[in-house]
Design a protein around this ligand. Structure first.
Ligand SMILES: *Cc1c(COP(=O)(O)O)cnc(C)c1O
Ligand SMILES: [Zn+2]
Length: 441
């Protein structure tokens, strides 16, 4: 069966552009593009047929359908030769039942979608597999692409570096100096990717990489490139499939450049249009107070949006003042009865501290989402029996420096409510026993 998808302007300008064309913005109005699928072709299969097909593929051997992104290839990027897919078996992440944390917050049905359990430790793999696969296809067709580049707050660069290394395609990453974690910095380096550590912030890196990619035959891998959104929207597919095709009441996701909240919305829209679900969840975008341009716009009823200068936040991957996908995100939030809420540094750090005591191992961005969850429960906007999914965006192991500082009380201006530290002792039975008895009831 034949399926089809193309780029189209989000403002609705006419004109379709093939997915293997090097184009990021509408030639008529300069707005972002989005991928549109031929929905009539997808409707040739019934919702039950799609469900059965997806279920059969994931985790199996047949290339490339074992990946949870490529197991839905027809819905993601049908115009791609399987031989050009660059995959590390992405997706299929755990939906963690946060029973103890839920109880503490007064919720009976709380789940954490563990998107950080991924090849490079963040959800960015889901989109990067699509983008780099399309690059491989374009190169195989003879298009002139010397390298792929991105600006990053640390996770996009890690994903780009890994996927390009898998495919043998040169990559360049633009990082804001001293604003990514050591693990994030080391990822592109160990993949042998040209790593530019620039004396600016993410928004500054973004401006430069756009300029570089305008000429020079270098392909831009940031999420204004909507191929990435197509991969990331599989987060929604996975969530409802894991609930046996039931839709949760609320989905909370931390937002920086705002591609992911838009992607999750797209995922639910597609599921509904193709009859696999019959309602929408409420979508919540969680921002760090230090970098909250969308929250400010939400407060004005989305009447206006102003970019800001983002301030330093522990949630470094969302330290963005001028988000590329803001228009898409606002449209999404309006469709999904959306809420935007924010968290202070202290709130996000202590939300991680609390959650980790229940067996999670959260990154600071997940902390933003969890702190926002707490607020919405207190405000009565989330009810006791609501089924809530918090999208955990990265693996906590990428942010051990933050956790170490949290537990040693070295986060400036933050009092660590759930801090624990190791106890130094001589190797002496009596001392060890005494200490244990003093600390265990
Ligand atoms: C990229 C990223 C985000 C933000 O996603 P956007 O699509 O930029 O809003 C959140 N958390 C982590 C860990 C990320 O890497
Ligand atoms: Zn346009």
């Amino acid at each position: 069966m034949k399926f089809n998808a193309w780029f189209q302007c989000i403002n609705g300008c006419s004109g379709r552009h093939p997915l293997n064309e090097i184009i990021y913005r509408c030639p008529q109005c300069d707005e972002l593009l989005e991928v549109q699928h031929d929905m009539d072709l997808l409707k040739q299969l019934s919702s039950e047929e799609w469900k059965a097909l997806f279920k059969d593929r994931v985790g199996r051997h047949e290339w490339p359908y074992g990946s949870s992104v490529w197991g839905k290839k027809e819905w993601v990027c049908p115009n791609l030769d399987n031989a050009n897919v660059v995959s590390t078996l992405e997706g299929g992440t755990n939906l963690f039942w946060a029973e103890r944390l839920g109880n503490q917050l007064g919720l009976s049905d709380l789940w954490i979608k563990q998107c950080g359990m991924a090849h490079t430790g963040s959800f960015k793999d889901l989109g990067m597999t699509v983008l780099v696969s399309m690059v491989k296809q374009m190169i195989s067709e003879g298009k002139n692409i010397r390298a792929v580049a991105c600006a990053s707050t640390g996770d996009t660069s890690a994903a780009l570096a890994a996927y390009c290394a898998v495919a043998g395609i040169p990559a360049i990453v633009f990082l804001p100096r001293d604003k990514v974690s050591l693990s994030q910095l080391i990822q592109p380096i160990t993949h042998g990717v040209l790593t530019l550590s620039l004396d600016t912030d993410f928004d500054g890196c973004m401006k430069l990489v756009k300029q570089v990619c305008e000429k020079n035959d270098i392909y831009l891998a940031n999420s204004m490139n909507s191929l990435r959104i197509e991969g990331q929207k599989t987060i929604s597919f996975e969530i409802v499939e894991q609930f046996n095709w039931d839709v949760p009441d609320v989905v909370i996701v931390p937002g920086g450049n705002l591609g992911n909240v838009s992607a999750i919305g797209r995922g639910f829209e597609m599921l509904k249009e193709l009859g696999l679900i019959d309602k929408y969840p409420r979508l919540v975008c969680a921002q760090a107070q230090q970098a909250d341009p969308l929250y400010r716009s939400y407060k004005s009823g989305f009447k206006k949006f102003e970019a800001i200068q983002a301030k330093t936040t522990l949630a470094s991957a969302i330290q963005i003042g001028d988000p590329v996908s803001v228009k898409k995100a606002i449209k999404t939030l309006q469709t999904f009865d959306g809420i935007v809420e924010e968290a202070t540094e202290s709130e996000l750090a202590n939300a991680v501290g609390r959650a980790n005591l229940t067996g999670l191992f959260c990154c600071p961005h997940t902390g933003v989402a969890l702190a926002v969850l707490e607020k919405l429960v207190n405000q009565g906007k989330i009810k006791k029996h609501d089924r809530v999914v918090v999208v955990s965006t990265a693996n906590g192991l990428k942010f051990t420096d933050f956790l170490h500082k949290y537990h040693t009380g070295n986060l400036e201006g933050i009092s660590s409510e759930f801090a624990y530290s190791p106890i130094n002792l001589p190797a002496d039975y009596e001392k060890v026993k005494e200490t244990i008895l003093n600390n265990v009831d």
